[in-house]
Design a protein around this ligand. Structure first.
Ligand code: NAP
Length: 317
């Protein structure tokens, strides 16, 4: 392992606008290292690099680091990295940051309350100058179901329980979370969907989850249910979503993520009366806390050789 003042490359997508801000945050968190953009390194320095910090790197750039042992992403979602590097055997460590989970849990609660308290309906009424009160539904009468009970899903479940909702969750392997009705595997999904008022997607994008919220899944929700997608666009089948909204079976969709981002101007979601479009803001990475997490992981590895848990490339997350 390298000694003090090792050179630690930051490998970003070309022209990544936040590269400089990341360099500063990472350098502050790792004063014992020299954090540098990849293009500042000569061949000998590149050969000395055993770990790299990455933000949407080009695979060809990483191949210029012949002795790389692992990469640390500054993001939680790593489907692109897994797609690019999964076959290479290079371990990929993703960001697991309690601050990120907390920010996501807050967003889940905020937009759940938006739907729970009928805000889209009252906004429509306001536009029509219509003074009309509807009977409220108590949170305890509303079931919010989470697709994905990982770092983010679990934090969201806690926040929703605290707000008084009935909370269900679905994962690949069975979880036991106090107060949460936990479901696991494809066989148990329909039963959860059938009792769901608000479905929140917090799954990673993998070959198994792509398009998993399809026409059948949406039809399995009770009429008038709503969807919040805070995970990745392609997990939801767009055509099926549009059909379910057009028919009125699905009451409303809050969409923060899309198959194509930025969402093209011509996209139907912008103007659909039952869609709220958000520009991928539900849980932005906090550079300071993320850098502290990355720093801790790299420091521990330098000191002990112990690498943080890597993504399972075969599983895709
Ligand atoms: P995580 O800790 O890896 O958790 C993933 C959860 O999904 C786990 O509970 C996992 O089940 C479950 N899962 C995966 N594949 C499944 C399948 N085929 N069937 C059923 N359940 C499955 O991930 P995380 O940190 O919570 O993050 C989730 C995703 O959120 C990220 O991948 C990223 O795409 C997205 N994200 C979005 C934003 C935003 O701003 N919009 C911000 C951060 C992250 P097991 O528990 O059994 O493994």
């Amino acid at each position: 392992m390298s000694g003090a003042q090792s050179v630690l490359p930051l490998v970003c997508a070309p022209g990544y606008p936040s590269a400089r801000a990341w360099l500063q945050a990472l350098q502050t968190a790792l004063p014992e290292e020299r954090v540098v953009p990849l293009d500042m390194l000569d061949a000998a320095q590149r050969a000395a690099c055993e770990v790299a910090i990455v933000a949407n790197p080009q695979p060809a750039d990483l191949r210029t680091l012949p002795n790389l042992q692992w990469v640390h992403s500054v993001w939680a979602g790593v489907e692109r990295l897994v797609g690019d590097l999964g076959g290479s055997g290079l371990p990929i460590v993703r960001l697991v940051d309690p601050q990120l989970a907390d920010t996501m849990a807050e967003a889940v609660l905020a937009w759940t309350l938006y739907l729970h308290r009928d805000m889209p309906r009252y906004a429509r009424q306001q536009a029509a100058r219509q003074w009309l009160a509807h009977d409220p539904v108590h949170a305890r009468e509303r079931t919010v179901s989470l697709l994905g009970l990982g770092a983010l899903g679990e934090a969201a479940a806690q926040r929703l329980l605290g707000a008084g909702f009935q909370v269900c969750g679905w994962s690949r392997t069975r979880k036991q979370l106090p107060g949460v009705h936990c479901h696991a595997g494809a066989a148990e999904l329909p039963a959860m969907l059938a009792r769901t008022d608000i479905l929140v997607c917090l799954l990673p994008l993998t070959p198994q989850t792509q398009g998993i919220v399809d026409a059948q899944a949406l039809a399995g929700l009770p009429a008038g249910a709503s969807l919040i997608n805070f995970a990745r666009g392609p997990i939801v089948d767009d055509a099926a979503l549009r059909a379910a909204l057009d028919s009125g079976h699905l009451g409303h969709a809050v969409l923060d993520v899309f198959a194509q981002e930025p969402l093209p101007e011509s996209a139907w979601q912008w103007t659909h009366p039952a869609v709220t479009v958000l520009p991928h803001i539900s849980a932005p990475t906090d550079r300071a806390t993320a850098s502290a997490i990355v720093a801790g992981n790299i420091r521990r590895w330098r000191a002990t050789g112990q690498m943080p848990q890597a993504v399972d490339a075969a599983r895709g997350y």
